[in-house]
Every structure is written in C-alpha cells, then in structure tokens.
Design a protein around this ligand. Structure first.
Ligand code: AMP
Ligand code: GLY
Length: 423
C-alpha cells in the first residue's frame, strides 16, 4: 500500500516503523517526519498542520491510506477534507475528534452514555464558577475546554489556587478561545493508565494498557512533561478493568456518537483513573498517545496497515488484532533543561550500538545536520525494548540508553516501577 503518515514525533516514528515491518512492505511517506522516519519513509516538507498542502499532495499522489498522528489536524478536519476526495483515513472526523477538542463535549457524551467519569460542571462566567467551588471540595480540578497542548489542567489544592486558575482562564484569556469555557471537576484518586481502542465506528479492539510517566523526575516529582517513558502491559489494567473499558466506556461512547450521527473511526485514547471506585475516564484523546505508542506498537503481532484500513472502512475484525506475549518498555532521553528551555543541535552518538543490543531507538526530537544526528527538541529519543517479561524489557531498554550519548542527556531511572509494585 501507499501510506502517508502525518506528524513528526516519536509516535509517528513508531507508526512508520511498525508499518515498515508489515509483510510485503509499503510505500511510506511522512509529513513532515524526523531523522528517524527518514530511514524508513520519504519525508515530505509539509507541516502536520498545513491542511491545504497535505490535501494537495494526497490529491496528486492518491495514498491508499493516510494515518494522522497528532490531534491538531484531526480537530481541524483533515480527515473530512481527505475523505471528500475519496481517500481513506485512519483518524476521526472533525465531529468525532471533538471528544478531545472539547472537554465539555466529551463530558456530555459520557454523561448521556453512562460512562463512569468524574462529576463536572461547565462555566463561561468566572463568578458562577467560583460560586460553585463549594460543590467540589478540595483538591478540585480546573480544565480549559479546548486544546491547550497538555497545559490546560490545574489541580488546585486550595480555594485561592482554584479561584486564580478560574479567573486566569475565563477572565485573563490564559488559553484564548480554548479557555473560554472551563470545567470544574471532582478530583479522582487512583492510578492512571492509557488504553488505545481501535474503532471502526461500531466495533472495537483494545490494545494492551500502558502507563505514561508525566513528571520529569523519578518518583513522579518535578514539573510535567510530554511523557518521560512508558511500558505495556500495565498490570493495574486487569482483565476485569479491560472488560469495563470496552463495555462501559468505549462501546457506549461509540453508540452515543452514532446517535448524534457521528462515526468514530480511528483510535480512541482512553485516559483512565483506576481506583477504589473502579475505572473512570479522565479524558479522551482522538489519537495515539506519546510515548505509550512506542511501547504498544512494538507489541502488535501481524500486519498493522490492514487493521488501520479496516477501521477507516468500517469493517474492523477485532479478532484480527493480536498481541505478542511479553512486555515492552520505553525510556525517553531528554535534552538538558527540558521541560524548561533547552539547547538544540547537540550531537548524538550510540544509537546504532543501542539497536545492535536489541533496542528500537525511536526519534522524537532529532535532525540530520551535515550528515550528523543532532538533537532538535526537548524529548530527543524514545529508547524501546521488548522482553519476555516487564523486568527483561526494562533492563534491555536501560542497556540501550547506556550506549547513547548527548551532552546533558537526562532520563528517568524508574520507568515501570509502579508495575513492579503490583507484580
Ligand atoms: P487531562 O488532560 O484531562 O488528562 O488531565 C491531565 C492530567 O491531570 C491527567 O493525566 C491527570 O493526571 C490529571 N487529572 C485530570 N483530571 C483529573 C481528575 N478529575 N482527578 C485527578 N486528576 C486529574
Ligand atoms: N501520553 C499522553 C498523551 O499522548 O497525551
């Protein structure tokens, strides 16, 4: 198949890498891609948010399938534009992507569908929101409705913090239009997990659960990041939990969307809190997660492209989605200073040695300068390994990390520590 992948992070490198391993191979393109995808696909000089240029390329080159990585082009309607040209797309329509693009819409759908989630209320007026704080107790969660690059959630420990966050978003225009509506939400206790549900509008296949590591330092300390590592399967997501995710979360959500005239085709990323009250949805995303995808896609058995195409065409056979035994772990190596300001263009060495030792080194923020691999982002590499069990996968990933060098590289040393507490 001729396949176009949209995006330029570790997630997109993992998608391209997995497609390249399908039996028979494919003709792969990535827009814009990175130094990692360049080894497996033709990188196109087209930005992931340049919808007119993507559509023009697709009209001229007629890919059999387009796989959209990030949320911004999905929420902007890239799928609708390509489908209007008679092209197949893995990734939800603009209307379906609102599950990520509007947290208020996601709450409405979940409430109508009876999906377990935190109690919430939506406000456009700061006085009304402040007046409602008493209904939620402390801590309370305050969320901007729209896309805010992962920064639109505040967990307020005090009433003063909560009021400041509300006023900042609704009166101060902190997130622009994305913060013109604000949700107050009940704080949920428990442990988080990410489950990717492949959907064709009606049918669902769950991929094994993963856990992200959001904070920059070991022990979940320090500021938030885009994700410092992941592993799969997550033992917290027992078979009972996975059954609840399918039957109480994903299937009712798809049913409610169909009632609204919307077919969700693509991956529905369920951000879950698993706690004393069972499984509850923290958020939906309309795309694969990063860095969970780097671990999860290395665990897939068989060919990926036919599964994605079947989702796009509304004919997914969930039994065709099979998973390898064992486990996978991903350790993100970040630039010095990340998630604050960081330098670029630091030369990277040792990726071949890590791959020779059995890792897959996914590129997140890299570039080729005069033939040399250098850093070009905050999260630089997502070093991934599989193993017969989680301990073996984690050890193999860290053995790969030890072979890679760039000045000031930092990474968490406790990826999957939570899992070992459960096992
Ligand atoms: P979201 O973008 O909605 O997933 O929120 C980002 C992060 O905030 C989540 O990954 C959780 O760590 C945390 N969070 C969001 N909502 C809640 C909640 N209701 N209770 C506790 N933590 C939350
Ligand atoms: N790993 C979390 C996300 O991709 O949003």
């Amino acid at each position: 198949m001729k396949i176009l992948v949209i995006g330029n992070g570790g997630r997109e490198h993992a998608i391209v890498w997995r497609l390249a391993r399908d039996a028979g191979g494919h003709e792969l393109y990535c827009a814009p891609g990175n130094a990692g995808t360049a080894a497996l696909a033709a990188n196109l000089p087209i930005g992931a948010e340049d919808l007119p240029a993507i559509v023009a390329w697709a009209k001229a080159n007629r890919p059999d399938l387009t796989v959209v990585g990030p949320e911004a082009p999905l929420c902007a309607g890239l799928t609708d534009l390509l489908e209007a040209e008679g092209l197949r797309v893995f990734g939800p329509s603009k209307a379906a992507a609102r599950l990520e693009g509007s947290k208020a819409f996601a709450k409405e759908v979940m409430t109508a569908a009876g999906v377990p989630t935190a109690r919430a209320a939506v406000f456009t007026d700061s006085e009304a929101a402040v007046a409602a704080l008493g209904d939620f107790g402390l801590p309370v969660v305050i969320k901007a409705d729209g896309l805010a690059a992962g920064k639109g959630v505040v967990i307020a420990q005090t009433r003063a913090e909560a009021e400041a966050a509300i006023r900042d978003m609704l009166d101060g225009g902190r997130f622009g239009a994305a913060g013109a509506e604000v949700l107050l939400e009940e704080f949920l206790e428990g442990e988080e997990a990410s489950v990717f549900a492949l959907c064709d509008g009606e049918r669902v296949a769950l991929l094994p659960a993963a856990q992200d590591h959001k904070r920059v330092n070991d022990g979940d300390e320090g500021p938030n990041t885009g994700g410092m590592g992941a592993y799969t399967p997550a033992p917290i997501a027992t078979p009972e939990v996975m059954g609840a995710v399918r039957d109480q979360v994903v299937l009712p959500t798809l049913r409610e969307l169909r009632r609204l005239g919307v077919a969700y085709r693509g991956v529905l990323f369920c951000g879950l809190m698993i706690g004393p009250k069972g499984v509850r949805v923290l958020e939906f995303n309309c795309r694969f997660g990063d860095p969970e995808t780097e671990a999860v896609l290395t665990s897939l058995e068989g060919d990926l492209a036919p599964i994605l195409l079947a989702c796009a065409e509304g004919r997914l056979d969930p039994a065709a989605v099979r998973v390898l035994p064992g486990a996978a772990a991903t350790v993100v190596m970040a630039a010095p200073g990340y998630p604050g300001a960081y330098p670029k263009n630091l030369p990277i060495s040792g990726t071949e040695a890590a791959e020779a030792a059995g890792c897959v080194v996914f590129h997140a923020g890299t570039a080729l300068r005069e033939g040399r691999l250098v850093t070009s982002g905050g999260r630089v590499l997502a070093v991934t390994a599989r193993g017969a069990d989680l301990r073996a996968a984690v050890d193999a990933a860290y053995a790969g990390v030890a072979k890679i060098h760039f000045e000031g590289a930092h990474f968490r040393r406790d990826i999957a520590a939570k899992a070992f507490r459960h096992l």
